[in-house]
Write a protein that binds this ligand. Structure first.
Ligand SMILES: *[C@@H]1O[C@H](CO)[C@@H](O)[C@H](O)[C@H]1NC(C)=O
Ligand SMILES: *[C@@H]1O[C@H](CO)[C@@H](O)[C@H](O)[C@H]1NC(C)=O
Ligand SMILES: *[C@@H]1O[C@H](CO)[C@@H](O)[C@H](O)[C@H]1NC(C)=O
Ligand SMILES: *[C@@H]1O[C@H](CO)[C@@H](O)[C@H](O)[C@H]1NC(C)=O
Length: 387
């Protein structure tokens, strides 16, 4: 009798400190019933994860999955490789407890298990996800592809191989360069890349890239010059904005770090007065994730003939790098460049909607059977470019 009780007690104890991922998922079924019924058909994935040590699972809540854009649902049903990439993008390489993420500052680059898997991801070391913590409490926001936002809402469900957080919105796989720029409204850059015959090449490039993308205002400021550029001129200028073979995240850039561009010349990154600069241009938006690398939005077009240009960090907007050029009023290259329509964004609010009643079969069935996807990766973009 006595021994039996002891035995039960110790079994309970070891379970409490060593639950499996499957057990932890099941224990949160109130928030995760849609995900759980979906994963019931993905046993191989769960088994692989169960044997992978040191991971963080970001599990989309019922609210997150019930507000998935139709285009994403369609793509999941159509393309098993897309689904696999998407699942792996929700797993971080490393055990990140909520307190650590909350205290880690506003710009943390985390590695996911989405390894090189063209065309979904071509980034060495795992496609990245950005996390921002606000310090005091356990508020952690995430930024994925197309600048989509998600929030960690329930935290630290530990299992033997790591921990799990429940998130209020599905993460968006980083898309190709053109799609990402269009959704962000960077239409001049897309138009210029198309006119220079470079858009498709860069979109489909399986070599990791860092792309410096001038804002529309940066193009407009030198409208008199760029409007007359030939495709060859554009290739030289825009090629000076592409570093091939290296994914240079802003957070890891050193001061005075140089990089060789596709055009042949070098650009130089600098950190001054809390800002990041490249040659004489200011980085306006750091670390926009794309399938094959990273994009930094800059405030001016770089001039390959002025590689020694330096910034004046006291100026909010840096002067154009082409002397004599001026604005002609409009934004060059944007004729015929249209921003794709986006589905209504998925849940990006701080509080999740209440778990919908009897959702599982209703939500999972279309995920599996849907045909004909449209604008797949564009869907669900809550394009929060100023996050
Ligand atoms: C989760 O909840 C759903 C709906 O309430 C139920 O059908 C399912 O069996 C539950 N799954 C687990 C693992 O408890
Ligand atoms: C996690 O990252 C390490 C390098 O930091 C790598 O060796 C390992 O293979 C990665 N794990 C997975 C499951 O991808
Ligand atoms: C999970 O583990 C971490 C680190 O040991 C701990 O801080 C946290 O309280 C644990 N969470 C739960 C729910 O036990
Ligand atoms: C870029 O992505 C869009 C949207 O997913 C797709 O329609 C287009 O074909 C892609 N371009 C290339 C060159 O892969």
């Amino acid at each position: 009798m006595h021994h039996k009780h002891l035995l039960l007690a110790s079994t309970a104890l070891s379970l409490a400190s060593g639950e499996s991922l499957a057990e932890v998922l099941a224990s949160q079924n109130d928030s995760l019933s849609v995900l759980n019924s979906f994963l019931a058909d993905e046993q191989a994935f769960i088994n692989t994860l169960s044997n992978t040590p040191d991971i963080t699972v970001l599990a989309p809540s019922n609210g997150a999955l019930s507000s998935l854009p139709q285009s994403v649902v369609d793509r999941i049903g159509m393309d098993p490789n897309f689904l696999s990439a998407l699942l792996n993008y929700h797993i971080l390489n490393g055990t990140y407890y909520a307190a650590w993420l909350a205290g880690g500052g506003p710009h943390q680059l985390l590695r996911t298990l989405l390894g090189p898997a063209p065309p979904y991801a071509v980034v060495p070391g795992g496609q990245r996800l950005l996390a921002a913590g606000n310090g005091d409490d356990n508020v952690v926001s995430l930024r994925s592809g197309l600048q989509s936002a998600a929030r960690v809402e329930l935290t630290d469900f530990n299992f033997t191989g790591g921990t799990m957080h429940i998130i209020d919105s599905m993460l968006t796989l980083p898309a190709n360069l053109s799609t990402t720029l269009l959704v962000g409204g960077y239409t001049a850059a897309v138009g210029a890349l198309r006119q220079g015959g470079m858009a498709d090449t860069l979109d489909g490039d399986d070599t990791p890239l860092t792309v410096l993308v001038p804002s529309n205002a940066g193009f407009a400021a030198v409208g008199s010059l760029v409007a007359d550029m030939t495709a060859e001129d554009l290739q030289l200028v825009l090629g000076y904005h592409v570093v091939q073979g290296q994914v240079l995240y802003a957070a890891t850039l050193g001061n005075e770090e140089g990089a060789q561009t596709l055009q042949g010349g070098d650009v130089t990154f600098r950190r001054e007065d809390g800002g990041v600069f490249v040659n004489g241009a200011r980085v306006l938006v750091e670390d926009v994730l794309v399938a094959n690398g990273v994009v930094h939005i800059i405030d001016n077009i770089l001039n390959p003939l002025s590689p020694k240009a330096t910034p004046d960090p006291t100026l909010a907007t840096q002067p154009p790098a082409f002397s004599g050029a001026s604005s002609t009023g409009g934004i060059p290259f944007t004729t015929g460049v249209t921003v794709p329509p986006t589905d209504p964004p998925a849940a990006v609010t701080a509080t999740a909607p209440p778990p919908p009643p009897s959702i599982p079969s209703a939500a999972v069935a279309p995920m599996r059977t849907a045909a004909a996807g449209v604008a797949a990766m564009v869907g669900g973009a809550a394009a929060l470019w100023n996050l």
